[in-house]
Design a protein around this ligand. Structure first.
Ligand code: NDP
Length: 303
């Protein structure tokens, strides 16, 4: 079912969209927190500068087969910017006119900016992770040994960010060996001299470093009854644990981190910072200025 405040491609073809429109495209999209986050930040910006008073961030339900037509229509309609969420991030990569160089090795985009020549694609998820790890755990990716769990889209973005920022080493664990191998092969050109290794989550290598930042980029923990993607007790003692999942707020992995007394955080701050960076790309307003209003909107939302 499509919520009443959700736009569709068919609906957009008939309806006028006033002001300076932005939006998020996904399928399903009903539960996205991005409209709340962005509209709260835009309302706060408009208090200081009336130029933002007509900026609105819309929710758009777009199935994958409609993505090319939707991007073309939204470009004609002069949407200033778009976010892309599941399942569009990889598909959109091949549909845009230009790609930000930092997003090229990720192979996926989550933010598009209108230009006369077409959409310009960016990926702000890696920035969001780095900013969240700094804010919640007091760690920089640079110089840190990272143990990344997962080999899907989010893991690829996280891995590229860790390598581009100069992590000390990157170890990746994933359930399905072929997916892990494919990710490692894609990352080798980005890694340069940084040690890059993979392993199966149930066979922990003897030379895995202690003091690692563990980042969960698997979807294990999203559903009730999911197992933790790795047993933290079997690892050399990590320094801290970041789980990209924010709903539920305490996954089995984070519960185990708490029981072991390890600093840990869920993915809410990553959601905020990737959003604030997208708004910076559209408006020029530094992400650090709008992130607090986005975070406050998420804190205050009805459960
Ligand atoms: P994908 O579907 O691309 O990848 C899923 C990954 O999870 C794969 O590595 C898969 O392993 C693994 N996985 C799935 N189920 C299990 C399980 N039961 N046990 C172990 N591993 C499992 O998803 P994404 O990469 O797009 O997203 C991953 C997570 O990151 C999601 O929970 C998403 O919500 C979160 N995320 C959070 C963001 C934020 O802003 N906080 C931003 C983006 C993503 P396999 O290869 O074996 O199938």
């Amino acid at each position: 079912m499509i919520a009443s405040d959700t736009l569709t491609l068919a609906g957009l073809a008939d309806a006028a969209v006033a002001g300076t429109p932005l939006g998020v495209l996904g399928h399903p999209i009903k539960h996205s927190l991005s409209p709340l986050m962005h509209n709260s930040a835009l309302a706060a910006l408009a208090q200081g500068d009336r130029a933002y008073a007509d900026w609105r961030y819309h929710r758009l339900d777009v199935p994958p087969a409609e993505l090319p037509a939707a991007l073309a229509l939204l470009h004609r309609r002069r949407f200033r910017g778009l976010n892309l969420t599941v399942p569009h991030k990889v598909l959109a990569f091949s549909l845009v006119a230009a790609i930000d160089p930092a997003a090229q090795p990720v192979g996926a985009v989550n933010t598009l900016r209108w230009t006369p020549a077409g959409w310009h694609g960016f990926n702000t998820d890696g920035y969001g992770l780095a900013a969240a790890v700094r804010e919640n755990l007091g760690r920089e990716l640079a110089g840190t040994p990272v143990l990344l769990l997962g080999a899907g889209g989010a893991a690829r973005g996280a891995a590229v960010e860790c390598l581009q920022r100069g992590c000390a080493s990157l170890w990746i664990a994933n359930r399905t060996a072929e997916n892990l191998e494919a990710l490692l092969a894609a990352l080798r050109p980005v890694a340069g001299a940084i040690p890059l290794r993979g392993f199966a989550p149930d066979t922990v290598p003897a030379d895995l470093p202690a003091g690692a930042l563990v980042v969960n980029a698997t979807s294990a923990g999203l559903r009730e009854g999911d197992p933790a993607p790795i047993d933290l007790r079997r690892l050399p003692r990590p320094a801290s644990v970041y789980d990209m999942i924010y709903n539920p707020p305490r996954t089995p992995l984070l519960q185990q981190a708490a029981a072991l007394g390890l600093p840990h955080a869920n993915g809410l701050a990553m959601l905020v910072h990737q959003g604030a960076k997208a708004l910076e790309i559209w408006s020029g307003v530094p992400a650090g200025k709008t992130a607090p209003a986005m975070a406050a909107a998420l804190r205050d939302r009805a459960p």
